[in-house]
Design a protein. Structure first.
Ligand SMILES: C[S@@+](CC[C@H](N)C(=O)[O-])C[C@H]1O[C@@H](n2cnc3c(N)ncnc32)[C@H](O)[C@@H]1O
Length: 508
C-alpha cells in the first residue's frame, strides 16, 4: 500500500453538492463575506477529485469556468479523463499528481479550492501541504471548501475502524475481500452479544448501514493508512495558517442556530461569544460525524445588509411548485413553519423558473411584501434545501416551447453510460451551475425525448428497456414510463428550466 493513501482499489463515483461553487459563494454571502460575481467565469481546483464525476459535472454546468482536478491514483485520473472526453468537455483538466508536489505544479490562482472526503484520510504533513497551497494559490476573496470526519460523532464508533484495519495485515486476499471479512466478523460478534454493540446501539445501526454499502466505499473510508477525525478547532488552525477565515458550513441549514441547535439550548448558544466555541459546542451537542466547511480569503463584514449580500444572486429549483413543503420537524427537535401566502407565492414563482433576486423583488405578485421579508423567505427556502442559488435564470418559456428538447452532449453521454448502472444519475444543469439528480425513469424519459422527439420517445425507451435487461422499475418515480414521457413532453418549460440541454447562447 502507498504510504500516503491506498491505490489498490478505485473509489466509487458520486456527485457532491458541497463542491457547488454557487452554493459555496452563497454560504459566504449569508455569513457576511462579500459574494463574488461568478457569471463571467472563475478558476476552480478540486484536490483529491477521485474519479472526477463531480468536477466533470461542474465543468459541464459552468462553461465559462476553468476547472482543475488533482489526484494521484492513475485509475481515478483515467476514469475522470474518460468522462471528460465522452462528454466533449474542454474546460477541465485532470492532473495525476501527489499533493506532496503541489508546490511544483504550474497552476493559475484560483477562486475556489475544494476537497471532499480527503482531509481526515491523509497525514498531518499532507494537510499542511494543502494548507500552504491554499495560502499561495487562493485569490483574494477566494473560497475553499474542506470536508472531514469529526471526533464528536466518531468517538464511540471509531473502534470499528480499528477492528477493520487490523484485517489488513493478518489475512490473505485483496482489500475488498478483507473489508468484507472484517464486516462479516463485526456482524458475527454483534449478533453473538459483544458488549461493545450492546451498550452502544449507534455502533450497531452504523454497522447495519456499512453492510449495505459498496465495498469500495468501505475500503476508502476505513482501510487507508491515515484516518483521523478532526476537531473544528484543529482545521480552523490549519486553515488559519493558509490565511483564510471560517465562513460557514454546508448544508446551508447548519448556518442557522435556530434550526441546527436544540430549542432548549438556544439561550445558551446565544451567549457564546466566539465562532470557535460555538462550533465546538454545536458538534458536541449534535454528535457531528462529518463537517463540510467553507473558508474565505477575505474579512467578514457583519454590517453588510442582508439585501445587499444576496443582491444579483439567482435562485431556482428542480422542484415543481406543488412539491414544496412548508413545515419541517428537524432532528434537533426544532421545527420550521413556513406556511403563509408569501412562501406559496415564492414556490409558484420560482418553482416554474429560476430568477434573479432583483427581478423577484419587483415581481407584481409580490408587491405587498417588503424586500426584507422576501429575502428572508428565500433564505428559509434555501435553508430547507428547496431553493438553491443558481448560475443563470431559466430560459424564456416561449423559446423553450419552440425549440426541440435536446440534451447537452455531456448529459447525453453520461445518461447512455450510467442509466443501466444507477437508480439516479447526476446530470449537469447550466441553470443550476451544478449537478441535478434525475431518477432512472425520468432520465430515460428525457433521453428518449431528446433522441427520438416527443412522438418517437415511447418506442425508443421501449427498445432501450429491451436492450438493458433489469429494466427501469426501481428507478424513482412510481408512475409508468409512458406517463412520465408524456408529462415531460407536455411540459417543455419545466424541461428547459432544468437546464440539461446546452446554454442557449452556446448551442445552435
Ligand atoms: C476518499 S477519496 C475521495 C475522492 C473524491 N473527493 C470523492 O469524494 O469521491 C480520497 C481521494 O484523495 C486522493 N488522494 C489521497 N492522498 C493523495 C495524495 N497524497 N495526492 C493526491 N491524491 C491523493 C485519493 O486517490 C482519493 O481519490
Amino acid at each position: 500500500m502507498h504510504p500516503d493513501y491506498l491505490l489498490d482499489v478505485a473509489y466509487t463515483s458520486h456527485f457532491y453538492e458541497t463542491l457547488n461553487p454557487w452554493l459555496i459563494n452563497y454560504v459566504c454571502a449569508i455569513n457576511g463575506y462579500p459574494a463574488r460575481d461568478l457569471a463571467e467565469g472563475f478558476d476552480y481546483c478540486e484536490l483529491g477529485c477521485g474519479n472526477g464525476l463531480s468536477l466533470n459535472i461542474l465543468a459541464a454546468a459552468n462553461s465559462k469556468g476553468r476547472f482543475r482536478g488533482v489526484d494521484f491514483n492513475p485509475a481515478h485520473v483515467k476514469n475522470a479523463r474518460l468522462t471528460m472526453t465522452e462528454g466533449g468537455l474542454s474546460n477541465v483538466t485532470f492532473l495525476e499528481e501527489n499533493f506532496a508536489h503541489l508546490s511544483h505544479l504550474d497552476l493559475p490562482d484560483f477562486d475556489f479550492i475544494t476537497l471532499h472526503g480527503v482531509f481526515s484520510w491523509i497525514s498531518p504533513e499532507m494537510r499542511n501541504a494543502i494548507a500552504s497551497f491554499i495560502g499561495r494559490k487562493l485569490k483574494p476573496g477566494g473560497m475553499a471548501m474542506v470536508s472531514y470526519n469529526t471526533p464528536q460523532g466518531w468517538a464511540i464508533i471509531a473502534p470499528m475502524r480499528d477492528f477493520l484495519r487490523s484485517f489488513i495485515d493478518d489475512r490473505p486476499g485483496d482489500l475488498l475481500e478483507k473489508a468484507k471479512q472484517g464486516l462479516d466478523d463485526l456482524r458475527f460478534l454483534r449478533d453473538s452479544g459483544a458488549a461493545f454493540f450492546k451498550i452502544n446501539p449507534l455502533a450497531s445501526t452504523m454497522l447495519d448501514s456499512y453492510l449495505q454499502l459498496d465495498l469500495r466505499y468501505i475500503v476508502h473510508e476505513f482501510l487507508t493508512p491515515h484516518w483521523e477525525p478532526l476537531n473544528f478547532s484543529e482545521v480552523l488552525g490549519t486553515m488559519g495558517r493558509a490565511g483564510v477565515e471560517f465562513a460557514g458550513s454546508i448544508p446551508v441549514a447548519l448556518n442557522y442556530g435556530q434550526i441546527s441547535i436544540p430549542p432548549e439550548l438556544h439561550d445558551y448558544f446565544q451567549k457564546i461569544p466566539s465562532r470557535l466555541a460555538f462550533q465546538m459546542r454545536k458538534d458536541l451537542v449534535n454528535m457531528t460525524l462529518f463537517r463540510s466547511d467553507v473558508y474565505c480569503k477575505a474579512k467578514r463584514d457583519p454590517k453588510i445588509a442582508y439585501l445587499d449580500r444576496l443582491r444579483g444572486m439567482i435562485f431556482g429549483t428542480a422542484l415543481r411548485a406543488k412539491d414544496f413543503k412548508f413545515k419541517f420537524d428537524l432532528p434537533t427537535g426544532s421545527s420550521i413553519n413556513m406556511e403563509g401566502p408569501l412562501f406559496e407565492r415564492l414556490a409558484a414563482r420560482i418553482g416554474a423558473s429560476a430568477i434573479t433576486l432583483d427581478v423577484l423583488l419587483t415581481d407584481p405578485e409580490l408587491v405587498q411584501d417588503t424586500p426584507e421579508g422576501i429575502v428572508s423567505a428565500v433564505e428559509w427556502l434555501v435553508a430547507t434545501d428547496q431553493l438553491k442559488p443558481y448560475a443563470r435564470p431559466s430560459p424564456n418559456a416561449d423559446d423553450a416551447r419552440e425549440k426541440p428538447f435536446r440534451l447537452s452532449e455531456f448529459n447525453r453521454a453520461l445518461l447512455l453510460r450510467e442509466l443501466p448502472r444507477r437508480k439516479s444519475v447526476p446530470l449537469a444543469s447550466w441553470t443550476a451551475g451544478s449537478g441535478i439528480a434525475v431518477g432512472r425513469k425520468d432520465g430515460l424519459a428525457l433521453l428518449a425525448i431528446s433522441e427520438a422527439g416527443p412522438q418517437g420517445a415511447e418506442a425508443w425507451a421501449g427498445l432501450w428497456t429491451v436492450r438493458n435487461p433489469g429494466g427501469v422499475d426501481d428507478g424513482g418515480s412510481a408512475l409508468p414510463l409512458s406517463e412520465i414521457i408524456q408529462k415531460a413532453a407536455s411540459d417543455p418549460d419545466y424541461c428547459a428550466a432544468l437546464g440539461l440541454d446546452g446554454p442557449p447562447d452556446e448551442t445552435t
